[in-house]
Design a protein around this ligand. Structure first.
Ligand code: ZN
Ligand code: ZN
Ligand code: FE
Length: 749
């Protein structure tokens, strides 16, 4: 049996079933999954096979079963769990980190249980996996638990096929397992065990900022209901406006803080325990600067016994943000945590179970179309995804530059890494190299082909060129469409609407508002947003007012547009650059949204990626779609060139007029979404119809915008198209590595 079958309690499950059914033989982990030799009544063997496929353990995912006769029968008596076969090449998928199960929680809460209040309680149904695995096959010596020798009682559980902890590799108890310590900022131990937990709870209660070691790394924590604590966190972390995630004790508290529909509730209690973005309830207890200017808040439930005990002790929602300074990788190593986080915090709650792989919290948004993963990391990675076209040769895909992930593909599968971050930081780049090594090692992939982005300046591209292996360059937006095709298991061509920040185009320009006719092999550009120069290049990404100057100048309304709140000399300088048409040319819809967000929301400098665009969406979502102004005529389709272009200059004019007339920002933002969404859908429908394509893929970072997605989706569905949107694979650059791998695979590896 193949799939996620190791480290999920599969062998004990097989053992129990086989024993019940009076079947002889053995089960063992091998390099590709689980191997079972079963001998007995054919009807019962049938029952066993069906039960394993249809009703496997909670965390298992059976992907393949091969059955063959073993003749003559071995004649073994009884059923046993045999030693792992380590001889073959290790390629079995590793389990994912999973939230504490109900049975373990009950033990932690039971004063009579030997694991009462023990923060590292786990079993075969729950606990850390990917973050503690050093190599495969997945056995205790291959994990960071290798240094903890099980006590007599734990060993007995581990050895007892009838026990919930049979072969649970991270099995531990207060006698033999890891322990907490509460440390001063410079690392000195101040308290241990339950005293450490009480100390950190008191610190949080008093409004202090603390670091907490979790499953995939350190969090920085603070009382989310205290404005003073939240402001202090922002000051120390050098994070101006980017929203913080909030951990809440349970679903009831979550409902008090946010409007949660069934999709959001399901995502919240998913065993992967992602951060779930949901509309915030006005007037709630959260400090206002938890998510400044936004309509959504990111909530997550406790996912380790430590978190449960902590939330219980503090009794308030906690900001739980990644343990790093600004955009560096999160700290997961204890010395590194003291060095980097120590100066920012009033204390650290740490423990002695090492984290092998750094893994951020995953992020999911609940939408009308169900949950969409925006960041695929802890609790989701490394879940293998089937390739629409299997690969003949092992592939390494190195991804893009921002929100970096890497992926390896072999046979019919692609596995993407956890979220690595933005490669421009040296520490992140090193983490990127480690992720490649780790993934290749775990899945025993010796890459024979490297798939990469076409951008010559991406560090991922430079690494690919250095590897001395055959290369397959994949255009950025083709990779975006490819990732969406993987998601839907599709090989037929579609019309791809790739709306994005910027990605390197085949003509060397910075694309980001593209219509592509694409399958997994080829893509052809058949339309795009009207090109515009980005004044100051990348500076225009950080300072969206520059894009506002460029677009208002292009639309001929610069003189009527509100003057950006920036230095006069700087403004004149940019005015001159715009007038001269200087700067790299882009067709990015993301940059257009930045420009409009800057105009409408008054955002001059983005303190996090796409802030102006995100604030524009937040404004729009305050208005019912039906009440949005109909400015659809503002976006024209220009057919004068070799391919149609979306020309939004009329809309820019309408927006400037509306601002001048004092129309509410929310209404303007809603009108902008309506107009751009309708025009994009109309052009996509036209291009798809002309080529007899029945499906449109909505991809790229801009399609994280829920309002825009709703408008485009509805319009295209009304025209009879199948609309492919992202669910499990991020629409942003975090999905690029999977798209690259799938395209390289379809091109013959
Ligand atoms: Zn458990
Ligand atoms: Zn023990
Ligand atoms: Fe992109």
């Amino acid at each position: 049996m193949t799939g996620t079958v190791q480290g999920v309690g599969f062998r004990p499950f097989v053992y129990r079933l086989a024993t019940e059914l009076d079947i002889d033989g053995w089960v063992r982990n091998d390099s590709v999954g689980v191997l079972i030799e079963a001998e007995g009544d054919p009807a019962r063997l049938d029952v066993l096979t069906r039960a394993l496929c249809d009703d496997p353990p909670r965390l298992a995912r059976v992907e393949g079963v091969e059955v063959e006769a073993v003749l003559p029968p071995g004649g073994v008596a009884g059923f046993r769990i045999a030693a792992t076969d380590a001889a073959g090449p290790p390629s079995a998928p590793v389990g994912i980190d999973t939230a504490t199960c109900e049975a373990c929680l009950a033990e932690v809460a039971d004063p009579a249980d030997r694991r009462y209040r023990y923060p590292f309680t786990n079993c075969t149904d729950c606990g850390p996996r990917y973050t503690i695995v050093r190599r495969v096959p997945y056995d205790r010596p291959s994990t960071t638990m290798a240094g903890f020798t099980m006590c007599r009682l734990c060993q007995a559980e581990y050895d007892d096929p009838a026990d919930r902890r049979f072969h649970a590799q991270p099995n531990a108890c207060p006698t033999c397992g890891p322990h907490l310590s509460w440390r001063a900022p410079h690392g000195q131990v101040l308290a241990a065990g339950d005293d450490a937990l009480r100390a950190v709870a008191r610190a949080l209660w008093e409004g202090q900022i603390v670091a907490i070691k979790g499953i995939g790394g350190y969090h920085l924590a603070a009382d989310a209901t205290s404005g003073v604590a939240v402001d202090e966190m922002r000051r120390r972390k050098h994070r101006d406006d980017k929203p913080f995630a909030v951990m809440v004790a349970d679903e009831a508290v979550a409902r008090d803080l946010a409007d949660l529909d069934p999709a959001a509730l399901a995502a919240l209690s998913d065993p992967g325990r992602p951060v779930v973005l949901a509309p915030v309830r006005p007037g709630g207890p959260l400090a206002e600067r938890v998510a400044p200017g936004l309509v959504e808040v990111g909530l997550l439930l406790p996912y380790s016994p430590l978190h449960h005990l902590l939330l219980d002790a503090v009794g308030r929602p906690l900001v739980m943000t990644s343990g790093n300074v600004s955009d560096e990788p999160i700290a997961h190593d204890d010395d590194d945590a003291v060095a980097r986080l120590g100066p920012m915090v009033d204390g650290l709650l740490t423990h002695d179970r090492p984290i092998h792989v750094r893994c951020d919290d995953s992020v999911v948004r609940a939408t009308e179309r169900g949950a969409q993963v925006l960041r695929r990391s802890r609790g989701y990675a490394p879940e293998p995804v089937p390739l629409p076209v299997p690969t003949g040769r092992p592939i390494l895909a190195v991804g893009a530059e921002l929100k970096s992930t890497v992926a390896v593909a072999r046979g019919g599968w692609v596995v993407a890494s956890h979220h690595i971050g933005d490669l421009e930081h040296l520490a992140t780049y090193q983490s990127f190299l480690q992720a490649i090594d780790h993934l290749c090692h775990l899945y025993d992939v010796a890459p024979e082909v490297v798939a990469h982005d076409l951008h010559p300046e991406y560090l991922s591209t430079k690494l690919a060129l250095d590897l001395d292996l055959p290369l397959i360059g994949v255009q950025h937006h083709h990779a975006h469409v490819g990732s969406c095709l993987v998601e839907h298991g599709r090989t037929d061509p579609v019309l791809g609407l790739a709306f994005d920040g910027v990605g390197y185009g085949t003509d060397g320009a910075l694309w980001g508002g593209e219509l592509l006719v694409a399958d997994l092999r080829d893509s052809e550009r058949v339309g795009h947003l009207r090109p515009i120069a980005m004044p100051g290049g990348v500076a225009a990404i950080r300072e969206p007012w520059r894009m506002a100057m460029a677009w208002t100048a292009a639309a001929g309304c610069a003189d009527r547009a509100p003057s950006p709140a920036v230095d006069e000399v700087q403004r004149r300088g940019v005015e001159a650059v715009v007038a001269a048409g200087q700067g790299p040319v882009t067709t990015s819809v993301g940059r257009l949204f930045d420009a409009l967000g800057s105009l409408v929301a008054g955002r001059t400098v983005a303190t996090y990626e796409a802030q102006a665009a995100i604030e524009l969406e937040a404004l729009a979502r305050r208005v019912d779609r039906a009440d949005a102004p109909r400015w659809n005529a503002g976006v024209a389709i220009d057919r004068s060139g070799p391919m149609p272009q979306l020309d939004p200059r009329g809309l820019v004019n309408v927006v400037v007029d509306a601002l001048d007339r004092g129309v509410a920002a929310e209404l303007i933002a809603a009108g902008v979404h309506q107009a751009l969404g309708s025009a994009a859908a109309a052009l996509a429908a036209e291009a798809a119809t002309a080529r007899a394509l029945d499906a449109v893929a909505l991809t790229g970072g801009v399609f994280q915008n829920a309002r825009l997605t709703d408008i485009v989706d509805d319009a295209l569905v009304a025209e009879g198209f199948t609309v492919l949107v992202h669910h499990r694979i991020p629409a942003n650059d975090g999905g690029i590595s999977i798209g690259q791998a799938a395209i390289a695979s379809a091109r013959g590896g």
